[in-house]
Design a protein around this ligand. Structure first.
Ligand SMILES: Nc1ncnc2c1ncn2[C@@H]1O[C@H](COP(=O)(O)OP(=O)(O)OP(=O)(O)O)[C@@H](O)[C@H]1O
Ligand SMILES: [Mg+2]
Length: 256
């Protein structure tokens, strides 16, 4: 692969993006004139009040929802629906109950025509990465919530996407599992060098994982704000810079 190619993989360009929905015979304008460049390999968090359009934006980036104005480009090319260079991780992992952990993780590759043995060997690599090697023969019903979510992450990584789109992936987990998983996500992002777009309502999670945080305003029509998280990695939640950043982000929401 040429240097130019390696440099451009996973870059997202959002131009004048607009999205509205029909609601009670009116148009609900959820996104308006959104412009944003996400660098290849960057980690961007999206935060905002409930209903501010976080999931809508992520679904447009995933190609699951069409915009009604503007464009999304991946490495300079306009997206057309879903694409293999993007993988989405939802709050619930939505595993296939009749397949084992190995079967679920290998499924995406097998359905793309990769031979079973090769698919399973690549799946095993990512199962190890999320620490579930002891459970590859377990079925989804035999897993805890955090383990099931790790299977979802392994499944998304196995197809080697350039861009990982996550919608509150840790929202359903207990506080302790959540912290462990945040550390795992930070490590995976670093090792896999993927572009990561993470929707979260957890400001600490945003600061822990992101290079920049996009704050979607509650008031429709107000401009979104972008905040740089200029803190060394790996990040320490108790370090003064981290605490100051949390305070600053809370202030964006009028919280103290
Ligand atoms: N398919 C749809 N049809 C109509 N309205 C929709 C649709 N999807 C989303 N909306 C509306 O768009 C707005 C933004 O919704 P979205 O799900 O993007 O919010 P969110 O920021 O992800 O909220 P939360 O934090 O609660 O997940 C909401 O007012 C919602 O009612
Ligand atoms: Mg949402």
């Amino acid at each position: 692969m040429s240097l130019a190619e390696t440099q451009s993989r996973g870059e997202v360009t959002i131009r004048d993006l607009a999205k509205s929905f029909a609601l009670d015979g009116q148009r609900l304008q959820v996104l308006r004139d959104l412009n944003l460049d996400i660098e290849a390999g960057e980690s961007l968090a999206i935060v905002g009040a409930s209903g501010s359009g976080k999931t809508t934006l992520l679904r447009v980036l995933a190609g699951l929802e069409t915009a009604d104005g503007g464009q999304v480009l991946i490495d300079g090319e306009p997206i057309q629906g879903v694409g293999t260079e993007r993988a989405v991780i939802f709050q619930e992992p939505r595993l296939l109950p009749w397949l084992t952990v190995l079967g679920n993780v290998a499924f995406g590759l097998e359905s793309r025509g990769v031979a079973k043995a090769e698919a399973q060997s690549r799946a095993r690599h990512y199962i190890r990465l999320v620490g579930l090697q002891e459970f590859e023969n377990a079925y989804p019903r035999q897993l805890s919530g955090g383990m099931a979510q790790r299977v979802g992450i392994a499944r998304a990584l196995t197809v080697q996407p350039e861009i990982l789109l996550l919608d509150e992936p840790l929202g359903a987990l207990d506080a302790m599992t959540k912290i462990t998983m945040q550390e795992e996500l930070a490590r995976i992002w670093h090792d896999e060098k993927v572009t990561m777009v993470l929707v979260t309502h957890d400001l600490e999670e945003a600061i822990f994982l992101a290079d920049r945080v996009l704050v979607l305003p509650k008031q429709r029509g107000a401009a979104p704000r972008l905040i740089d998280v200029d803190l060394p990695r790996p990040r320490d939640r108790n370090e003064p810079g981290f605490v100051a950043m949390r305070r600053r982000l809370m202030a964006e929401f009028g919280l103290h």
